[in-house]
Design a protein around this ligand. Sequence first.
Ligand code: BEZ
Ligand code: FE
Length: 342
Amino acid sequence: MTGEAAHTAYPSPMPPERAPGDDGTETVVVTAEQAAREQALVEQVIASFDGTESPRLRQLMQALVRHLHAFAREARLTEAEWEAAIGFLTDAGHITTDTRQEFVLLSDTLGLSMQTIAINNEAYRDATEATVFGPFFVEGAPLINNGEDLAFGAAGQPCWVEGRVTDTEGRPVHGARIEVWEADEDGFYDVQYADGRTAARAHLFSEEDGSYRFWGITPTPYPIPYDGPVGAMLQAVGRSPMRTSHLHFMVSAAQFRTLVTHIFVDGCDYLERDSVFGVKESLIKDFALQSAGTPTPDGRDLGDREWARVRFDIVLAPAAGEREQDLHRVAVQDSRQEGKRS
Ligand code: BEZ
Ligand code: FE
């Protein structure tokens, strides 16, 4: 251990054993009269938003009510369960501070963060895929030059990371701002230590040919904070809080869609059960282990230490306006082709 923070051992309860085909729930039969009463309430509440000035706010509130009521009705929510849910949200509010966001953790562990990312970062040609942002990005991380080390003393196996930033036509993007952040080998980000350190994070810029390179540390798996209500929820349902090993990137450049993503370590045990559903196949990379004494790309002397290397080529999608124009061009071309065929 290198700091005061500590993860307590996380028990990993197994789900209770059940007979095949028995999901442990009861089927409740609702009479037509009862269903009609429930439906009337849904419609009354939805109608109460009819006068909302903003059409978007009206749409959001009415859809929310529709789905919340559908949930309560489908699950036949009991009053005790409703109270427990209110207690859960109250606890989430109490534990939330400027540096601990329990509601984001809840959204992450329910897959809602990844769903929102999927909705808002639609696939564009071969642009690099986005994944979850997480709570540990910090504005104003140190600037490093290409080839420098962003570990700043964080414990971990040295890892050489290199690649190129290009557009979807393969043209280099010069001057892209590349933010990188990661946990140390004990599974902690610098901000989780009480001593105010800055480590395992930095930003750098791509060179004229789009290339970038730096030393970091080989990512290892770590748990999301689980000492609050979200941790209790995961434990109650027999889910692990572990995130599969990853290195965070945020890449921005004028005229391009900002990319928030990670790369994941091929072979990590948690790839199939990342607690926040962040893994995408295209982002799994080979972090090739190098034995001690293997010459490093920049001649750095690592003595008797093993190290790793990984390549991550980043393809940026154009900014919104350009994307739309391009999709329009493709649609027009498609319809012309279609016209020629018929
Ligand atoms: C992270 O990768 O840093 C993270 C993402 C979601 C929840 C907690 C942590
Ligand atoms: Fe992370």
